[in-house]
Design a protein around this ligand. Structure first.
Ligand code: FES
Ligand SMILES: [Fe+2]
Length: 389
């Protein structure tokens, strides 16, 4: 059936958005974008690691030349897991019988085979780039588009990248990113309390832009908090650093990336405009925070304990990672996949609804082979958004 504009009504909804395997519409769509897949400093030169992203496995390694590369998960010979092998120069050698692959996926040695045998063996290699302290990959078909740049984060200052896992569908988190209202409840007892945030309930509004969605949260006194969301999965907010350093306001961007349909990972980058001694002092405080966190129990286990009723969330309010645990409880508490049949959206969910509409429109176009919107994160696109509180 056509509507009055002569277009078919959207047939895709949240139950499609939660599946990102390679044969799903959402999975195929999401593979048209670059995604962060690893924190760069967590992968030392000469090391390999298995990766799982959007229900598919990969091999990630960093050559002795320092270059990170993603290849197919398995060796072409008898299909053992390639990440268990040895990195040699810019190549990786299989643990099982020593076949060696270069960064293009070309097999360059098959030690027990005749000369020339390796020439006809190749595994898949994926475009891989490092940016803002993260390793990004293009996991889709065809030629990769240029890696988007985020000009606010390219400016001089101190950058820090990190990641965390959450035991629920990525889409729970994406919709939480559309929902600024939750901050007033979920994060009520947190470092945000001391950071001078305005706690009055915001009036939520927003609209589609060239880069994604601009979110507005307008307080009764007229103060407007504006946060850009970069299509399809990155939220940009200006906030004090997580552990409440009230004098330092950071630009913060977080990408949500599915691992499978029941787990996802967030990659976050913080940027603060500090220089010289100020930057050094800030780095030192960050080191101390990291050291404090290393001695703590796993935040996911604490979140699960809250969900099982063994402890209350406010028992944890002095933990430095309380914001993460609070979001864990709210998002995993929706169920690994939220119950879209029984939800009741209200006025404050206007951006959740907008996000769904845009996603449905793009998936519809993709399914019908029509052109997709070209998103633009460049300076002109994102600078006008101003995110000061
Ligand atoms: S399985 Fe990799 S070399 Fe045999
Ligand atoms: Fe949150």
């Amino acid at each position: 059936m056509m509507d009055q504009h002569g277009t078919a009504p959207a047939i895709f909804g949240p139950k499609d958005f939660v599946h990102t395997g390679p044969d799903t519409i959402m999975g195929r769509y999401m593979r048209l974008f670059w995604h962060p897949v690893y924190v760069g400093r967590d992968l030392k030169a000469g090391r390999a690691a298995p990766l799982r992203i959007m229900n598919e496995d990969y091999t990630l390694y960093r050559g002795q030349n320092g270059v990170a590369q993603i290849l197919a998960p398995r060796c072409a010979h008898r299909c053992t897991q390639l990440s268990t092998g040895w990195v040699e120069g810019g190549s990786i050698r299989c643990f099982y019988h020593g076949w060696k692959y270069d960064a293009s996926g070309q097999c360059t040695e098959a030690p027990a085979e005749r000369a020339g045998f390796a020439d006809n063996v190749r595994i898949r290699s994926y475009p891989t780039q490092e940016y803002l302290g993260l390793i990004f990959a293009y996991l889709g078909e065809g030629e990769a588009p240029p890696l988007p740049r985020y000009p606010v984060f390219d400016k001089p200052g101190v950058l820090s990248a990190s990641s965390y896992l959450r035991d629920c569908n990525c889409y729970n988190n994406l919709e939480s990113n559309m929902d600024s209202l939750h901050t007033s409840f979920v994060h009520r007892s947190s470092a945000f309390t001391t950071a001078g945030l305005n706690w009055a309930l915001p009036e939520i509004s927003g609209e589609e832009t060239g880069y994604g969605i601009v979110k507005h949260g307008t307080r009764p006194d007229g103060q407007d908090r504006r946060s850009p969301f970069f299509w399809p999965n990155a939220l940009y907010i200006r906030s004090s650093p997580e552990e409440g350093d009230p004098d330092v306001w950071a630009d913060h961007i977080g990408w949500r990336v599915p691992i499978d349909d029941e787990h996802h990972v967030s990659f976050t980058v913080n940027h603060v405009a500090l220089f010289g001694d100020d930057a050094e002092r800030y780095r030192e405080r960050q080191r101390q925070r990291r050291a404090r966190r290393e001695g703590l129990s796993d935040p996911r286990a604490e979140g699960q304990a809250v969900l099982r009723g063994e402890i209350q969330i406010d028992d944890l309010k002095d933990r430095p990672d309380i914001v993460n645990i609070q979001d864990y409880v709210a998002q995993v508490g929706q169920g690994v996949i939220a119950d879209f049949d029984h939800e009741r959206l209200g006025r404050s969910d206007v951006l959740v609804a907008l996000f769904r509409r845009i996603l449905a429109r793009e998936l519809q176009a993709f399914a019908e082979g029509r052109p997709l919107k070209k998103w633009d994160t460049s300076e002109e696109a994102s600078a006008s958004t101003g995110v000061k509180n």
